[in-house]
Each structure stands twice: as C-alpha cells, then as structure tokens.
Design a protein around this ligand. Structure first.
Ligand SMILES: [Zn+2]
Length: 114
C-alpha cells in the first residue's frame, strides 16, 4: 500500500516544518487528495495514524480534503472539472486538455503551536 510511504513523506514534511518553527507541537495537518491522484483517502487516513506515532504531530488532527480533477483546455482556454477518466473539456468537448488540479496529493497547511 503506497499510502504508507506517502504518509511517511508527510511525517517528514511536518517534522521539518515544526523544527523550522522551533516548535514540538503540531495542532493540525491539512492534506489535499486529488480525485485523480490514485491515493485512497481512507487508506491514507489509516496510514497517517500509523505515521504520526511518536512524532511531533502524534496528537494533531489530520484533515484530508478531496480535490476535484480540473483540466485546462488548449482549444478554448477554459478550466473545467472532470468526473471520470475521460479527460475532455466540459465547455467545448475537446480532448486537447491538460490536468491542472486533482492529480496529486500534498500537504496544504500545517498548524504549528508557537
Ligand atoms: Zn475547451
């Protein structure tokens, strides 16, 4: 399950951020999971529970927010949301699109106690 290695990456990011702020207490970690990121939110939540043990954010709340997949159309230049794996522009129907959101998982913000 690759969610565990992702969770360990998050742990590194959070520990680095806490260290940079001279804090050893993290209140909240906000993670964004894109609809097309191949990350399973439930599995990530479980993996985060494992990854935070013994870390600076052991008692922090882990918030996972889902992000829609958005494509940018090269033909009409509009950004539209896609609901399935058929990546095409919802405005003009063109398949000449690029995914601009929702294809990855990332740490959006970390609430660190000063
Ligand atoms: Zn278009």
């Amino acid at each position: 399950m690759h969610e565990l290695s992702l969770a360990m990456n998050v742990r590194e990011i959070v520990e680095e951020a806490a260290k940079a702020n001279g804090s050893s207490c993290v209140r909240e970690v906000n993670i964004v999971v894109g609809a097309f990121s191949s990350v399973v939110p439930d599995a990530l939540e479980f993996a985060m529970d494992v990854a935070k043990k013994g870390s600076v954010f052991e008692n922090a709340a882990i918030n996972i927010r889902l992000e829609d997949t958005v494509v940018l159309c090269a033909d009409c230049n509009s950004k539209t949301k896609v609901d399935d794996y058929f990546f095409r522009c919802a405005n003009c129907g063109s398949g000449n699109v690029k995914v601009v959101a929702g294809d990855r998982m990332y740490v959006e913000s970390i609430d660190i106690e000063k």
